[in-house]
Design a protein around this ligand. Sequence first.
Ligand SMILES: Cc1cc2nc3c(=O)[nH]c(=O)nc-3n(C[C@H](O)[C@H](O)[C@H](O)COP(=O)(O)OP(=O)(O)OC[C@H]3O[C@@H](n4cnc5c(N)ncnc54)[C@H](O)[C@@H]3O)c2cc1C
Length: 348
Amino acid sequence: MIRNVENIIVGGGIAGTWMAYQFVKASKSFVLIDAEGHSKSSFVAAGIFNPIIPAKQKISYKADEIYPFLSKKYHDLEGFIHEKVLHKDRISYIIDSLKELNDWAAQSENHIFKDFVIMRNERIADHVISDFGVLDIQETGWIDIPLLITSFRKKLIEMNAYLNEDFSPNLLHFDEKGFDYKNLRATNIIFCQGTAALQNPFTANIGLKPAKGEVITIKSNETIQGSIPQNGVFLVPIGNDLYRVGSNCSWSNLDFNPTSEAKNEIINKLTKWYKAPFDIVDQIAGVRPASLDRRPIVGQLNFHSNAFVLNGFGSKGVALAPFYSKMLYSNIYDETPIDNDVDVSRFK
Ligand SMILES: Cc1cc2nc3c(=O)[nH]c(=O)nc-3n(C[C@H](O)[C@H](O)[C@H](O)COP(=O)(O)OP(=O)(O)OC[C@H]3O[C@@H](n4cnc5c(N)ncnc54)[C@H](O)[C@@H]3O)c2cc1C
């Protein structure tokens, strides 16, 4: 029997999850099709959000519009899934030279950074070397993305809105008014497939340039609380003496296999300032859906006026997915424009 829905979402990483949540909030019908293994980014990510790129003394793209509202958005989503996934830990960037200290002393008064950074001349902990002090960054923290996504899926299963299966582009048919996929009939389709977009002929040319990354988990008895030290790599306390450390970036061998090269790179960077003993207990790899110009990829695809894409979140899916899923939702239902600098049509 044919099932009519307004929207089909393909892919249930952080992008597809936020797209689906926009539909939940607006009471629009949808089905989300997702199966593990096609692309792998959200389940690998440390989930950090940070409006500053401290080593480059730069502010993140659209920081003023995105970060002050981010915690509230995740807090709302927590209410829907009934799980705590938002951890508002402060990122403490370790200043590692006198020059950097002087540069930040000047920059921290600059109106661009003023609301986001506070300089502190203290150690985070005895075993974290920070002789030049730290830069505490505001509006930061981390999201437990695997818990968020698995809890969200459970809610969708209750709503009969989740299909745990592979999506095959060759089974998608369309006419002027919408799309047929197996027994589904939908007005709109939204592709949120991460790097697997490259294997889908409808989205293969949207301008992706994927980047592999790896994260390790260490166990250490020396505690760090309420703070995420960062310099070269971050150290995220996730409880039970466990810490996630990462990440690296590579544009070759774009598979999901952990490598000893990445492990050594991450450990070398960590041990420059982390001086407590630790054991490595896990290492995982994924591929970020980065884009050619490092901007998200959002909007209407050229093969059909009701086909859309939400992708290209690179290393910032946590911060960008709520903002751009909302922008895409408004584009679909209210015909508000997509910002030119993220519109998928820029790569035509
Ligand atoms: C090592 C590493 C560390 C990172 N750290 C951070 C961080 O600290 N903070 C941050 O914000 N971001 C981080 N990121 C980036 C973040 O992971 C991405 O921006 C984000 O997860 C992208 O989400 P997505 O939903 O677009 O793609 P994905 O997470 O790849 O999700 C796509 C989903 O679609 C499914 N899918 C695809 N094709 C099909 C198909 N044909 N049929 C069925 N299902 C399909 C996939 O299996 C997957 O479930 C990190 C990434 C890596 C690799």
